[in-house]
Structure formats: C-alpha cells, structure tokens
Design a protein around this ligand. Structure first.
Ligand SMILES: [Fe+2]
Ligand SMILES: [Fe+2]
Length: 349
C-alpha cells in the first residue's frame, strides 16, 4: 500500500513539474512573467528550505503549471527566437503555431449549418434546438396530499413579495428569477450524482436531465441579460437569495425529494404565468418588442428577424417542460419509487 502511494506521488510529481522548467517552484515564489528565469531567487535565498517550495507547488499544482508554462514559454522564445502572441501564433503573422504550453487548448472550429462560424463558446450547435411550442401551457397539478399542498402554498406565498418587488417590470423580473431558476436542477443533480457514486448505482438519466434543466435555465438568464441589466441592489439581492435558496433547496431535497420536485413543478407553473403576462405587455406595447438577442437566435434556432416576443414564447415553452419533468419526478417518489427506476425524459424540451 505504502509502495503504491509512493509510486502515485512520484507520478504526480512528474506531472506537476514536467510542463514547467526544471525549477518551477521559483516562479511561484516570485510570481514572475516570461523570460525572467535568471532573476529568480533560489529557495535558499529566502531562507526557505527547498522542500517547502516543493510542497507549495504540490499544494497548488494548477498555479505551478501556469507559472511553469509561462516560464517554459520564455525559454522556448529564447531558443527559437520567435515571438508569440497570446494565442500561441507567431506575431509575424506566418500562421505557424508554436507549441509552448498546454494552457489555452484550442477548441475545434465549429460552424453553423450554413457554414458560417459559430460565435459562442458557452454552447454548441448540438445544444441548440427548436422549442416545442405546442406544449399545453395550462396543465396544472391539483394539490391533493399534504406534501402537494405544502409545496403549492409555499410557492404561492413566495409570489406576493415577488410581485411587490418587481411590479410590472417583466424584463427585470424574468432576468432576476432566472438567477434562481437554475438552482434546483444544480442542487438535485449534485445530490443524485453523489448518491450514484456512493451506492454504486445508475441514475436512470436523472442527473443529466436535471443538469440539462439547470443549463437551460442559465441560458434563459444569458438571454435576458442582453435586454436588461441588473442594478447594484438587484445584484446584492441575487447574491443573498442564491445563498439562502441553494441551501434551503439542498436541505429540502435531502429530507423529501418528493416535496422539492413538487415545489419546482409549481414554481414553473408560476413562471409560465409570469411569461404570459410579459407577452401581454409586449402585445400592448408597454414593453418594446426589440430584436431578439443573437444568443437567443442561435440557442432556439430562431429566424434571424425574430423579436423579444419570439424569445419569450420559446422560454415559456421551456418552463412548461420543466413543470412536467418536476411534477413527474415528484409523482415517481409519490408512487414509492426512486427516480433511477424510471427513465428520465432526457432532451425533453
Ligand atoms: Fe427559466
Ligand atoms: Fe424553468
């Protein structure tokens, strides 16, 4: 056992130090840039034993590699005489890529269906989709059990302060609520992931489904950010609400996933209602129907001349899908099953 640990440590050591120059720990001590190898103090110069500097590097391997790579870059430049820009291409415009570092791995070039280049690094064409607008927006789960009623009344009670705070500022309201909407999927996804590891069992696809939902909600936020910017006190509110809501939801999920999913199901019903009001205001002209943000056009594969109204319609359809997924998850628990026993509705949007 001890021998294996030593071998693992040896392997780790090689990885930590191999991309850097032979004495990368010095870069850590000095925080130096490229080409300053000769100005480094040795560990002994600082009165620090060499073993300590190595330990620092092992404790912060990422820092060591970044500094080490930068140092290696300086050496490479000295060796080849080629000045490279931040992208790793020579500044002379020759286009020949200098191999100097594992930092900044260049992603494959992605194009749209029409051959033009894809401008988003946060999602790919494979993540984009046509929103299913035919979904029933009026479906409502009638609360019957104690858990259902608790979830329903909690969400209804939360609506009052929300209405009071935002009034008819639907753009701002959408943006702010989307900062919260992704939290349930993240929290539940984390817990199911840990359970899968802990119990050596499959998840039935629910980890992916819930994280997909969280990512979809985050894309709603990335979209509404383009049409509304938060004020400083709204940012402060998001900061506080995130801390409280994440922990509250995590705890609720640990105690009763049935309650947690049911509450999200009702939250999504409220979201559908809010987006319907948003659309009413757009139709009345009290909110300007501006052109759709470019990110929304690519994410929902909308026509190039789409407007904010088209975006809100797509987002509302997404919320209806989240409603179904979460009520379904709660029903599974209500029937006495675990989520993993029923296949998750992956790609349901
Ligand atoms: Fe959303
Ligand atoms: Fe949602």
């Amino acid at each position: 056992m001890a021998i294996r640990s030593l071998l693992q440590l040896k392997h780790l050591g090689a990885r930590v130090f191999s991309t850097a120059a032979k004495e990368p720990a010095k870069g850590l001590l000095m925080g130096t840039g490229r080409g300053r190898a000769t100005s480094f103090l040795r560990a002994g110069d600082l009165g620090v034993p060499a073993a300590w500097t190595n330990m620092v590097c092992l404790r912060f391997p990422a820092l060591g590699i970044r500094n080490g790579s930068t140092l290696a870059l300086g050496e490479e430049e000295q060796k080849t005489g080629v000045q490279t820009g931040s992208t790793g291409f020579p500044a002379d415009g020759s286009g020949n890529k200098a191999i100097f570092s594992y930092w900044n791995i260049t992603p494959a070039r992605v194009t749209k269906d029409d051959g033009t280049s894809w401008k988003w690094s946060c999602f790919r064409p494979i993540d984009s989709y046509n929103a299913n607008l035919s979904i029933d927006l009026k479906k409502h789960h009638q609360p019957r059990s104690f858990v259902d009623k608790l979830a329903y009344r909690t969400i209804k009670a939360l609506r009052y302060p929300t209405d009071l705070f935002f009034q008819k500022r639907y753009g701002c309201r959408a943006m702010m609520l989307e900062t919260v909407a992704a939290i349930p999927g993240v929290a539940a996804g984390i817990l199911l992931h840990l359970r899968s590891l802990r119990r050596f069992e499959h998840s039935g696809g629910w980890i992916k489904a819930l994280l997909e939902e969280a990512e979809n909600e985050r894309m709603h936020l990335m979209t509404f950010m383009e049409v509304s910017q938060p004020k400083w006190y709204e940012r402060a509110l998001v900061f506080s609400v995130q801390g409280i809501f994440f922990n509250a939801y995590l705890l609720t999920y640990l105690i009763s996933p049935k309650l947690a999913h049911r509450a999200v199901g009702y939250l999504e019903e409220e979201a559908i209602h809010s987006y319907t009001e948003f659309l009413n205001e757009l139709d009345k002209g009290t909110i300007e129907n501006v052109p759709a943000p470019a990110i929304a056009i690519d994410y929902w594969r909308l026509p190039p001349n789409s407007t904010l109204r088209d975006v809100v319609v797509a987002v509302r359809a997404d919320e209806a899908h989240h409603r179904d997924v979460n009520h379904f998850a709660s029903d599974i628990h209500n029937q006495g099953y675990e989520l993993r026993e029923t296949a998750a509705p992956l790609g349901y949007h």
